[in-house]
Design a protein around this ligand. Structure first.
Ligand code: GCW
Length: 643
């Protein structure tokens, strides 16, 4: 659609009492800016922001004037014109120094991108009415802060819930890149510096000359915002697309093919971030076909990208989806460590991208044991912002975390298909920058920027969002049994029966008497033993395993008593009633905001909350009835049973 996207948290709306701030700077000096560079974006953004927030037009000020000036640029350029300053030494790559005392403002980046982040930070403070004097250096926690988009060449998006792609249509890169630039702007404001634009289940036709040129168009649209483009590759491309007889990573002809195609891409996108590769997973081709290791496969791409400074993200999400449940020791959660442990230190300039949980973006999982297994390999954490297993953006659920985030933006004007889901993207970016940020503080910044300063609005939305994850966990899968959603067809709605009796390995092993995966070393799949000893002991031992992960690590009777004193089955029943009740309350909470936010967004969110409330009842009753039918154990409160 040609429609603009919602401004999300970049509304630049006036905070209360905006007009009384006469002490704002009235001019701007931009050091060393070239056209189309992040620094020229900084300048535009400051004009636009100060205009929107205060109705004031900045003038070009050189030299600095007594009415106050914003000086923005790289720290290096500043020092050339104005002399050294102490903080300069502390600014790291992509970082910035921000100082604002009344009408004198300095925004100095280590590079241009850093200056852009500093400007967005400054504007965010102004829009929130935070006008106190400040002076600090802000540096990123990690250099790679990317999003992964799962867009297909035909314009559909795998696990996308916000309409078709903004990047591709009908097999080609789209011509109109307006929304791409707007999206890059949003990402820059939360300090994301790279974006993989196509699905990890990759299509080799992306590498055609026409599409490489298209990728150039996308990169050109993103560059002013400091967001570098990257792509996912299909491992078999040399054969399926290049016409070679093989895609063996140790065959010199294959090597030469990748080097050549990589040179072509870099000729059009000289600052390309790099490649993302899903190999030997869920039917995707990979090096194992030729009895080569995963490291052999990854290193082939590293060789091709090295001359250009590109980064290879190689996914650790490798597992066999035809495992046999009748084998008590079979366990998909063991796969990543089994595939990668002997390869530690054998990856050239690659980063192994590890999903947070050992299975797959479930509502509750322990962290993957691979993080502590790989000691001599760079690793990145992969998180899911798109709510594949968490209600597909129709349910309100807010995760926390940082580094490669699967976002799946679409043409929908809300970007993710839900106004409130944008809090997840906002938090993802800022946590990738600083994982120590407090959830509530970040959330309230986001609410002020998105919905304004009304106290009741802030308090209500904070409460709704902070509760949303435990609420969803309550009415879906409890105690670490995974989400219990339909895993075979839709990934939506309750379907606990689909978890078992198939090769996908997301098993619950529920029978008439008992439930849970025995992942102990002494009697089960041995998965607990993949953790470092301190953690392994906690999970191996049922007494020390926290209730929330009990059924992830142990197989117990429904009548087993939790630390809370409840039985497992009663906990299921109660949690489902509690979670579904909270979902009903959310509708009332949101309704109480009528008139306090604009009608369009009010109605849009209300509709979703109502849908979620209804669907939470469906979840509650299907899950409770399923386990009642299986166990025939009555609910103490008499709610579940034969009717
Ligand atoms: O969770 C699964 C998803 C697939 C996805 C896969 C992956 C892109 O259901 O849709 O494929 O993970 O992360 O590779």
């Amino acid at each position: 659609s040609g429609e603009d996207g919602s401004p999300a948290w970049l509304r630049y709306a006036p905070p209360p009492h905006a007009s009384s701030h006469s002490s704002l700077p009235s001019s701007i000096i931009t050091l060393n800016s070239t056209r189309g560079s992040p620094l020229s974006t900084v300048q535009q953004e400051l004009y636009r922001g100060i205009q929107g927030i205060f109705g004031k037009t900045l003038s070009q000020g050189n030299p600095p004037n007594q009415h106050g000036t914003i000086i923005v640029g790289t720290a290096q350029a500043y020092q050339k014109s104005y002399g050294e300053f102490d903080e300069a030494k502390k600014i790291e790559e992509d970082g910035y120094f921000l100082s604002s005392e009344g009408n004198q403002v300095l925004i100095l980046g280590q590079n241009e991108r850093g200056a852009l982040y500093g400007a967005f930070d400054y504007l965010s403070r102004l829009a929130q009415g935070k006008l106190d004097a400040i002076s600090y250096v802000s540096n990123p926690h990690a250099p790679i802060r990317w999003t992964n988009e799962w867009d297909n060449m035909d314009g559909s998006i795998e696990r996308g819930y916000a309409g078709p792609s903004i990047f591709f249509e009908n097999g080609f890169v789209t011509n109109n890149v307006t929304r791409v630039a707007e999206y890059a702007r949003l990402l820059a404001s939360i300090r994301i510096n790279g974006m993989i634009v196509n699905n990890v289940n990759a299509n080799a036709t992306l590498l055609s000359p026409r599409n490489i040129n298209g990728l150039g168009r996308l990169a050109d649209a993103m560059r002013p915002y400091g967001v570098q483009l990257g792509i996912s590759l299909n491992f078999a491309s040399p054969q399926t697309f290049g016409g070679l007889g093989t895609f063996d990573p140790l065959d010199p002809a294959v090597d030469a093919w990748w080097a050549n195609i990589t040179n072509q891409i870099y000729a059009r996108v000289p600052d390309m971030a790099g490649y993302l590769v899903k190999a030997n997973s869920e039917g995707q081709p990979g090096p194992l076909t030729y009895n080569r290791t995963l490291a052999d496969g990854a290193n082939m791409f590293a060789r091709a990208a090295k001359p250009h400074g590109g980064i290879i993200m190689f996914r650790a999400f490798v597992y066999d989806n035809h495992i046999n449940e009748s084998n008590w020791k079979a366990d998909r959660a063991n796969a990543a460590v089994e595939f990668f442990q002997d390869l530690d230190g054998k990856f050239d300039d690659n980063v192994v991208q590890i999903k947070y949980g050992p299975i797959d973006f479930q509502v509750r999982e322990p962290a993957s044991p691979l993080f502590s297994t790989l000691r001599d390999t760079s690793t990145a954490i992969e998180l899911q912002v798109t709510q594949e297993y968490l209600g597909q953006q129709t349910h309100l659920v807010r995760p926390l975390g940082g580094l490669a985030g699967v976002v799946n933006v679409g043409t929908n004007m809300t970007w993710l298909g839900s106004h409130l889901a944008m809090s997840n993207l906002y938090a993802y970016g800022l946590l990738a920058w600083d994982p120590a940020l407090g959830a509530e503080e970040m959330l309230q910044d986001w609410i002020r920027l998105t919905f304004g300063h009304n106290k009741k609005v802030i308090e209500t939305i904070t409460d709704m969002l902070i509760k949303s994850w435990p609420t969803y966990e309550n009415y879906t899968g409890n105690l670490g049994i995974q989400t219990l959603t339909d895993i075979l067809y839709t990934h939506f709605g309750p379907n606990p029966a689909t978890m078992d009796n198939n090769g996908w390995g997301q098993w619950t092993r529920a029978d008439k008497f008992s439930i849970g995966m025995d992942r102990t070393v002494k009697n089960g799949t041995g998965n607990a033993g993949q953790y470092c000893p301190e953690v392994a002991n906690v999970y191996e031992n049922i007494e020390t395993t926290p209730d929330k992960l009990l059924l992830w690590f142990h197989h117990v009777n429904y009548t087993y008593r939790l630390k809370s004193g409840k039985t497992v089955i009663q906990h299921f029943y109660d949690s489902h009633y509690n979670g579904a009740a909270t979902a009903q309350d959310s509708v009332k909470q949101w309704s109480s905001l009528e008139g306090r936010i604009d009608n369009e967004r009010f109605e849009d969110v209300l509709l979703r909350q109502k849908f979620q409330a209804g669907h939470a009842l469906v979840w509650r009753d299907s899950i409770n009835q399923f386990y009642y039918n299986l166990s025939e154990i009555k609910d103490d409160a008499g709610r579940v049973g034969d009717h």
